[in-house]
Design a protein around this ligand. Structure first.
Ligand SMILES: C[S@@+](CC[C@H](N)C(=O)[O-])C[C@H]1O[C@@H](n2cnc3c(N)ncnc32)[C@H](O)[C@@H]1O
Length: 232
């Protein structure tokens, strides 16, 4: 197998793209996010009225800020120290009040799987941040430990039926920054999962999917899928 197609490599690639990524997210350069998927994940998280939310792979922190503005105690974690630094440094424009500001921890999924987080949350969310193979399988084993009673998992990921490069079977794919600015370099590989294999991951880890939402722009294929799940 290509030695670049690994979970470790994913994080290495994100290290190299901190500045363009932070700019793209904060300046609204990613059209699908602005038009559709940002609001979709916010709505999906808010639907169960959580008090506390853990955002795994939070990047520069936009979702934690959006949730804090709605009164939620949000904690973001990411393996890339520079992204956590950018999240902590963010200054709200025009002194907008954002309730209790989010807090951040520089942690990898592998550290969380090994027990680095002892708190429990009403909702654990992952917005386009479950990209690997073993790290994602390990997180699924860990989710129940991170959830308070009646807690929920809310995961948004590219829709497998719209974003498959043939063949339609789970496996590693090379990354691409097509559609992004030239400032991006070294795209991260990702582990593609079929819809059936995503559902099996929940099932194998005693998590019941309660809702599948497919954000879709008019006349287009579903852009993403949001799985909402709870402990079985
Ligand atoms: C596409 S970005 C999404 C960031 C953010 N959730 C958002 O919506 O903008 C993927 C994020 O997952 C993080 N990530 C990937 N693998 C990780 C791992 N093993 N441990 C922690 N974070 C990881 C990356 O550092 C990156 O910030």
């Amino acid at each position: 197998m290509d030695k670049n197609l690994t979970d470790k490599r994913i994080v290495e690639c994100w290290h190299k793209n901190v500045s363009p990524w932070t700019r793209a997210v904060r300046d609204g350069e990613i059209a699908s996010r602005e038009l559709l998927t940002n609001q979709a994940i916010i709505d999906a998280v808010l639907a169960s009225k959580p008090t506390t939310v853990l955002d795994l792979g939070c990047g520069e922190g936009w979702l934690t800020r959006a949730l804090a503005q709605r009164g939620i105690l949000a904690v973001g974690v990411d393996a890339v120290a520079e992204l956590i630094h950018a999240a902590r440094l963010y200054k709200q424009p025009n002194n907008n009040s954002i309730g209790t500001p989010p807090t951040y921890q520089h942690l990898s999924y592998e550290q969380i799987i090994a027990g680095a987080l002892s708190d429990k949350f009403d909702t654990v969310t992952c917005n386009f941040s479950l990209l690997g193979k073993e790290s994602v399988e390990g997180l699924f084993v860990t989710f129940r430990r991170l959830l308070s009673r009646k807690g929920q998992i809310v995961i948004q990921t590219p829709h497998p039926l719209s974003n498959a490069q043939p063949p339609y079977q789970s496996g590693w794919r090379s990354g691409s920054w097509a559609g992004f600015s030239d400032a991006f370099t070294d795209p991260a590989p990702w582990y593609f999962r079929t819809l059936k294999d995503w559902r099996a991951l929940f099932d194998q880890n005693q998590l019941t999917i309660t809702q599948e939402i497919s954000p879709t722009l008019e006349g287009e294929k579903p852009s993403s899928i949001i799985f909402v799940a709870r402990s079985s």
